[in-house]
Design a protein around this ligand. Structure first.
Ligand SMILES: NC(=O)c1ccc[n+]([C@@H]2O[C@H](COP(=O)([O-])OP(=O)(O)OC[C@H]3O[C@@H](n4cnc5c(N)ncnc54)[C@H](OP(=O)(O)O)[C@@H]3O)[C@@H](O)[C@H]2O)c1
Length: 287
């Protein structure tokens, strides 16, 4: 019997490619988008095994309204998986951000996951058709494991995703519903283009000298980014396997990254980060 998965944020990037992968593997996929044009286009591209859902993860009523369509698409089997993928990155120095910018980042990247999970998790429970309960994968980030300056709101949101993942896993244990996070490093998607220019507004702040290279750094990261298929393949493997690790970093320099975050003392890391910034521009020195 065909398995069913619900993925949020499938208009582009990781979500879109995950739809392609799961459909290719014979699953039925429900994917959320925010615009009806995206829904129509995806329906045409993917055909009858795909059901587009239209909601913003900030809109609890819209999420709830899609439940009836999800129930009828899944049938008795219910859901085998949920991938909480929808999200965005809001860069900027903490002292320059407005509190509502942080609140918005948390509302989409963190509370959005809670809204979707709480609306649909009961469909993951085992039943007469589905012997094994389904599972949830939250798309976190290496920014959920390590705090980099000038992307604070995003790092805070992804650290919260890590914490929330563990809490849901420990609570949903009683239903046999497994919950994990995956932590991608830079992946080739539209998220990079969306971030370009967002730091221009800080050019007259005291961070102006540092941030003048922000767009170049974004382009460099984008160029070195990993193909999105790597994430989709991992997501599929994690959905299919019975038992799997809760540690799912997808990053070119995983060894170095893990060493830096686990073995380098926090104050040493602070000074290394500033030395790297000073290398790019000698004006970037702590006062
Ligand atoms: N690319 C990377 O390097 C990278 C690395 C680590 C983690 N991630 C995470 O991976 C996830 C997907 O990002 P991506 O790289 O694939 O970027 P992307 O191509 O920009 O895709 C983001 C998706 O999230 C949707 N979305 C954004 N805000 C939403 C909201 N309020 N409600 C519903 N949907 C919303 C977008 O819809 P619209 O088209 O309507 O905006 C889009 O479908 C994010 O959680 C991101 O933090 C990405």
């Amino acid at each position: 019997m065909q398995k069913n998965i619900l993925i949020t944020g499938v208009s582009s990037g990781i979500g879109l490619d995950a739809c392609r992968k799961f459909l290719h593997e014979g699953w039925k996929v429900m994917g959320s988008v925010r615009k009806t044009e995206d829904a129509e286009q995806l329906k045409q591209t993917f055909g009858t095994s795909f059901l587009p859902l239209v909601f913003d993860v900030q809109d609890e009523d819209a999420i709830r309204s899609s439940r009836r369509a999800v129930l009828s698409f899944c049938g008795e089997r219910g859901l085998d998986g949920i991938i909480n993928n929808a999200g965005y990155a809001h860069p900027g120095p903490m002292t320059e951000l407005e509190p509502n910018e942080l609140a918005q980042q948390l509302d989409v990247n963190v509370v959005g996951i809670m809204r979707v999970t709480n609306c649909f998790f009961d469909l993951l429970k085992s039943n007469s058709v589905k012997i094994t309960a389904g599972r949830i994968i939250n798309i976190s980030s290496i920014s959920g494991l390590f705090n980099s300056p000038f992307v604070g709101a995003y790092c805070i949101s992804k650290h919260a995703v890590e914490s929330m993942t563990e809490i849901y896993r420990r609570e949903l244990y009683m239903h046999g519903i497994d919950v994990i996070a995956v932590q991608p490093g830079p992946i080739k998607t539209k998220i990079w283009g969306k971030s370009k220019g967002k730091l221009d507004r800080f050019k007259d702040s005291e961070y102006g000298d540092i941030l003048q290279f922000a767009d170049k750094n974004i382009s460099d990261s984008e160029q070195n980014a990993i193909a999105v298929e790597r994430v989709s393949n991992l997501l599929f493997k994690r959905m299919e396997k019975r038992k799997f690790s809760t540690n799912n970093i997808i990053h070119k320099g995983t060894l170095g990254f893990n060493f830096f975050r686990k073995c380098v003392p926090a104050r040493t890391a602070d000074s290394i980060i500033w030395k790297m910034l000073a290398k790019k521009n000698p004006k970037n020195r702590p006062i």
